[in-house]
Structure formats: structure tokens, C-alpha cells
Design a binder for this molecule. Structure first.
Ligand code: UD1
Ligand code: MG
Length: 446
């Protein structure tokens, strides 16, 4: 039988060191909150039961947790009295759960699933508890993992409670701990708040387990992957590490980045091999690019899906709901929103295309605007395949331009244009012979 796994995500602390009204675990890394990273990690290691511990069910974290996990999976810790107390609050949700449980802190967003797999794997045989740690270049505020002579884990000492000898230890605690649920909760009952912070530390579980004669081990991983975020500076560091990780994944997968350091990813950005991303491109959430797509500099994309060999930018702004067919082109100073753009269609310059369905091989001239909003509602513009929209046209939605139709430049189109028709809606040109010369002569005389 596969191992039954549960996860407890600690998210009840406010994170005062962030100095913001926004609770710490809701701060984003790669466009996704640190709390969501923890949930995604728990899911990736197939936790059958995931419990989030929050300080207030109706607060921002409580609401985020309920929407991701369902209200029944949210436990309340009020007031927050430390990480050990927090895990204890998950007891009711995990009542009767007969598997191994891993603790995940809501402020360590870079941990990878294969690392958690190694922690669970360490529980094999006679090991009762496994703790994930790392060698820190500057251990500062992290809890120290103190090893026994036989190399097993003896105890964890928080920085504030450590003596000089313990402070010199560089092996640090990540917060990830795995044990059978039964054992974890039974030891947590023995944890006291007799320490520098007056809190109930999860980390005390290690020494208490040793007292029972149980074997505890440390599993180690890379410091950058396990870093905890407690300040804005650390958040910025975590973001930078995430970006570096994504860029190198893309490069390894055959994406060409001419200046990788200037390209920004979100947690779910998908770029197929053979794509080329020029310098200074930002991917917000929800972007997926098909093979051979080229994004030129200074483009900003979010909620946009492109099929293969699409040309985007420079200076393109693709907003949510943009779908680009194969070989489509969206050029400079073009903004799209909720726009389905057909194969081979071209919107090359200076346009706003919103709430639109554009057929294959349509050509949208420079400066074309879909007037989609009347101040109250949004309306759709539909343009049939092969149509040609002359430059500087306004398409006042709801409106349909037929397949193969041509719109005269500068038109304000308010009615549907039939297939293959010419739609022109502008005043007719009038030439008055000699007018200009007469005007100049008169002006010079006065
Ligand atoms: C904690 C560890 C430390 C470790 C470090 C790794 C303890 C006692 N210390 O310290 O050994 O090196 O993480 O990053 O565990 N939380 C609650 N309820 C509480 C307190 C905290 O849910 O009462 C949550 C927080 O929201 C946060 C996580 O637990 O997501 C960790 O809390 P934090 O205050 O950041 O602990 P650290 O001081 O970083
Ligand atoms: Mg922390």
C-alpha cells in the first residue's frame, strides 16, 4: 500500500517583521502567495489530508485557506503561541488520521517536492522523526540542529535560546518535520513554553522524542531552497531565487533568453522549447507560449495563451483572456484583452483589441480601436476571417465585420458590415481648388 500522508501548513503568525498590513504568508513569490506555494507542495507530495492553521477564519489568510482547501481543512490558532501550539491546533482536523504527517511553514516558498520525498523516505525503519535542515552561510535567527555523536539529531535550539557553542552551529532548521500523526500529537502535549519567547516551539518535539528513546534524524538540502522569509529583504531574495530557478529551467529546456536576468516569470508561466524571449519581458500569471513563439522587448503578458510561432511585441501588452492562434502577430503598442485572435491574424501597431473574436488572417490596421465599453457593459466585436480593417478605425461594439470585408481607413463602424463588403463611415473628402493660395495671400496682406 502507498504511504498515507498528511500535511499541516502553519500560517497563523502575522509576520510582524514584514511591517505590512498584508499577512506574511499572503506575500507573493512568482505571483503566487507563499501560502499557495505550501499548498501546492503538499499536493505535489500527494498529501491526502492537508490542514492549514490560521489565526482567524474570517481573516484574509483564513479565507484564502478555505477557498484553496475547503473550510473543513482550516484550523484556528488564536492567539498564535508558537509553532508547536499551531500544529496542535490541527489535531481536530487530523483526528483519526493514520498516516505520516509533514509540517510545512507558510514562509518557506522555495522547497521542492523531491526534497519532501526525501524527508518522508527517512522515516523508514527505526526512525521516528525526520527534520529537514541546511548548512547556512549565516545562521543568524534560524533554529540550530544539534547532532548527537552518532550523527542522529539530538535537539533543536532556537537562536534566542542558544548558548555560544550552539550558536556556532551552522546546521539549521527549515521547519519541515515528518512523523506519524499519532506520535507528533502525543509529543506536542509535552511541549512547554519555557523559553526566551514564551512560545510553544514545534522544534522542542525533537528533544522530547529523544527522551522517549526514539530515533530522530536530520535530512539536509540546499540553503537557498529552504530559506525562510521573515522580512521584505528576504522576500526579495526569495523572489530573485525563484526567478533564477525558472530562467535556468527554460534555458535547459531549449528556450532562448538573450538577457535572462531581465525576464520575469510567474509561478505558472509555460514557455515551450524553441521560443525566443528578448530582453525585458514580464510574464504575469496564466501565460503559455507555444513552440517557436518570439516575444520582443518590453512586452507585458498575463492570462495570455499563444500557439506556435506567434510574434509578440516589442511593447505589447497582452491582458487576461488573450488567445493567439498560430503565426499570429501582435506588434508594438498593441493592447489586447479577452481577445481570441485567429491563425495568421496581424495587429501590428497601436491598437486596443478587447472583447473580440478575430478570424484567421485578418489584418488590423494601425490605430484600430475596439470600442467595447459603453460605461456600463462590455460588448463584443467579431471580425470574420480574411477581413482587412483600415488604419485608425473605431469598431463600436457590439458589431460584426464580415469575412473578407474591408473597412475604409478612419471609419467609425457602428453597424454590422456584410461579408466581402466595403464598410466606410467617414465624411467624404472635398477639394476646393486654389483655396490655400487665396488664404495665404489674404493673410500676408493684413
Ligand atoms: C522557525 C523555526 C526555526 C527555523 C525557521 C525556518 C520554530 C520555533 N522556529 O522560526 O527553528 O529555523 O522557522 O524558517 O519553529 N506560525 C503559526 N503560529 C504561531 C507562530 C508561527 O502558525 O504561533 C507560522 C507562521 O505563520 C510561519 C511559520 O509558522 O508561517 C514559522 O513562523 P516564524 O515566526 O516565521 O518562525 P521563525 O522565527 O522563522
Ligand atoms: Mg520564519
Amino acid at each position: 500500500m502507498p504511504e498515507l500522508r498528511g500535511a499541516v501548513i502553519l500560517a497563523a503568525g502575522h509576520g510582524t517583521r514584514m511591517k505590512t498590513a498584508l499577512p506574511k504568508v499572503l506575500h507573493p513569490v512568482g505571483g503566487q502567495s507563499m501560502f499557495s506555494w505550501a499548498v501546492a507542495l503538499a499536493r505535489e507530495v500527494n498529501a491526502a489530508l492537508i490542514c492549514a492553521v490560521v489565526s482567524d477564519k474570517s481573516g484574509a489568510v483564513g479565507k484564502a485557506a478555505a477557498s484553496e482547501l475547503g473550510g473543513g481543512a482550516v484550523a484556528v490558532q488564536h492567539p498564535p503561541q508558537g509553532t508547536g501550539d499551531a500544529v496542535k491546533c490541527a489535531r481536530d482536523v487530523l483526528d483519526g488520521f493514520e498516516g505520516n504527517v509533514v509540517t510545512l511553514y507558510g514562509d518557506t516558498p522555495l522547497i521542492q517536492a523531491q526534497t519532501i520525498e526525501r524527508v518522508f523516505a527517512a522515516l523508514d525503519g527505526d526512525v521516528s522523526i525526520a527534520v529537514l535542515g541546511f548548512e547556512a552561510a549565516e545562521p543568524s535567527a534560524y533554529g540550530r540542529l544539534i547532532l548527537a555523536d552518532d550523527g542522529t539529531l539530538d535537539c533543536i535550539v532556537e537562536a534566542k535560546d542558544a548558548n555560544d557553542e550552539q550558536k556556532a552551529v551552522t546546521l539549521c532548521n527549515s521547519g519541515v518535520m515528518a512523523a506519524s500523526g499519532d506520535l507528533l500529537f502525543s509529543i506536542l502535549d509535552e511541549v512547554t513554553n519555557d523559553n526566551a519567547n514564551g512560545e510553544y516551539y514545534l522544534t522542542d518535539v525533537v528533544a522530547l522524542a529523544r527522551k522517549r528513546g526514539l530515533k530522530v534524524v536530520a535530512v539536509s538540502a540546499d540553503e537557498q531552497e529552504l530559506m525562510g522569509v521573515n522580512s521584505q529583504e528576504e522576500l526579495a531574495t526569495a523572489e530573485a531565487l525563484f526567478q533564477m530557478r525558472r530562467r535556468s529551467e527554460w534555458l535547459q529546456n531549449g528556450v532562448r533568453l538573450t538577457a535572462p536576468d531581465t525576464v520575469y516569470a510567474s509561478w505558472d508561466t509555460h514557455i515551450a522549447s524553441g521560443c525566443v524571449i528578448d530582453p525585458f519581458v514580464v510574464f504575469g500569471p496564466g501565460v503559455s507560449l507555444g513552440e517557436g513563439t518570439h516575444v520582443r522587448s518590453f512586452s507585458h503578458l498575463e492570462g495570455a495563451v499563444a500557439e506556435e510561432n506567434v510574434a509578440i511585441g516589442p511593447y505589447a501588452r497582452l491582458r487576461p483572456g488573450t488567445e493567439l492562434g498560430a503565426h499570429a502577430k501582435v506588434g508594438n503598442f498593441v493592447e489586447t484583452k479577452k481577445a481570441k485572435i485567429g491563425d495568421g491574424a496581424k495587429i501590428s501597431h497601436l491598437s486596443y483589441i478587447g472583447d473580440s473574436i478575430i478570424g484567421a488572417d485578418v489584418n488590423i490596421g494601425a490605430g484600430t480601436i475596439t470600442c467595447n465599453y459603453d460605461g456600463f457593459d462590455k460588448h463584443t466585436t467579431t471580425i470574420g476571417a480574411g477581413a482587412f480593417v483600415g488604419s485608425n478605425s473605431s469598431l463600436v461594439a457590439p458589431v460584426r465585420v464580415g469575412a473578407g470585408a474591408v473597412i475604409g481607413s478612419g471609419s467609425v463602424i457602428t453597424r454590422d458590415v456584410p461579408d466581402d463588403a466595403l464598410g466606410v463611415a467617414r465624411t467624404r473628402q472635398r477639394d476646393i481648388e486654389g483655396w490655400a493660395e487665396t488664404f495665404r495671400t489674404r493673410k500676408k496682406r493684413t
